[in-house]
Design a protein around this ligand. Sequence first.
Ligand code: SF4
Length: 540
Amino acid sequence: MITVKGNASSRQQPTAPERACDLTTRDKESDKTMTKIQQDDFIDSIANALQYISYYHPPDYIRALAAAYEAEESLAAKDAMAQILFNSRMCAEGHRPICQDTGMVVAFVKVGMDVRWNTTQSIQEMVDEGVRRAYSHPDNVLRASMVAPPIGARKNTGDNTPAIVHMELVPGDEVEVKLAAKGGGSENKSKFTILNPSDSLVDWVVRTVPTMGAGWCPPGMLGIGIGGSAEKAMLMAKEALMEPIDIHELKARGPADPIEELRLELFEKVNALGIGAQGLGGLTTVLDVKIHHFPTHAASLPVAIIPNCAATRHLEFKLDGSGPADLKPPSLDDWPDIIWKAGPDARRVNLDQVTRAEIETWQPGDRILLSGKLLTGRDAAHKRIVDMLNRGEPLPDGVDLTNRFIYYVGPVDPVRNEVVGPAGPTTATRMDKFTEQMLAETGLIGMVGKAERGPAAIEAIKKHKAVYLMAVGGAAYLVAKAIKGSRMVAFEDLGMEAIREFEVEDMPVTVAVDSRGESVHKTGPAEWREHIGKIPVVVE
Ligand code: SF4
């Protein structure tokens, strides 16, 4: 406090400079007792955490997936899990991303009210700077996936900014950050509804999960938000995904309240759907179900589901003013000793010589090792090709799709001596609307992607006696090891969406839709739902 000199009666109100001086002095006093967070500590912590989660799966996810792998009876699902686990260990050892989609950054920042910041930037700006540094790290470049504006030009922002930041002021003198890098494939399958208060939430979830297909790369988790308002339910579902997997502990000790009972019921019923790893049919679709809830209006029952995928990436840290977060690497002993190898039944296919007659012999579920030249292309490249076809223009040099296969992928840029960075498949259904025209007008005979195809694409595959193969989503580093050469062919301006030609050797894929239009994503889950026998199979 300053003391006011002179005649108090003539100085009843302090002048503005005196008021400022008074506040500054008080600030100085309270500064001594407040936690001070330095800008660089916060930014470094964000950057380090994003690098960390790009190659280290959370140990709870690894433990749960390893247990599910041991218990799995479906050979196709077990093989997919083995690829995910093997890929995960390779990434932990090699410090390269688990998946080619290195995610959209989501941060939940809880700021203690007794915290002061030594920065000129907003929290959003500091998180974005951390994202920028993490995604351009020269030793482990991550893929920039953010585009702006979201409609129209959709130009890649180049550094994966901005992040999605949720902030809350809470009592205390620490800053708590929950950080995730959320894949587009799983985010795209988010669901929301407002039920009538008397409706069954369990029925809605059990009806809704099969409509999500396998583009969210199960096995993963479901975050469920119940109550609040529309936006609150979605936010709770997202934040619920930041919690560790502990359903088996809950099972062992028994539920303590109705929400824990609901978690167990949903866990059992969703797994009884038989969707299985990668939608191939099997015993495990989810490794946990997380629920956050909040009071709601008497007329409403808002419910949100957000799935997390095989590339579950999240981390929580606290800052107390003593420096950046100290992120200890996990022990490699946390990973099971699984070495994935293609089974003896896998058939070797030379992409440079494959014929229509040969692909007609392939059966749904057949495991194949691809070698030879494979063109790449995903959303933006397909749109451009189709626009060129519609205008009667020739396709660019090098984009001759006659008797060729196309791989739906947007790889991570290579580092050091890599040919290409992690390069797993992207969700194939997004290419469904182009499939008929691509098959009819370009001579294309096969596609490689992840998850199921929709009815229109399956019809086109059947009509043109083509084939759709699936690779495992979430095993991107493993797939990249099969890519021995890569060259830019067209649409370089599209960045990761450009058309490249890969030279692959023994790239592992499975026949997902055969030339007669039979889909393993229909037959597999139906077979395993019946086998599990807890939920009736509805014949469509
Ligand atoms: S595992 Fe699947 S959903 Fe997850 S980031 Fe990778 S491709 Fe996307």
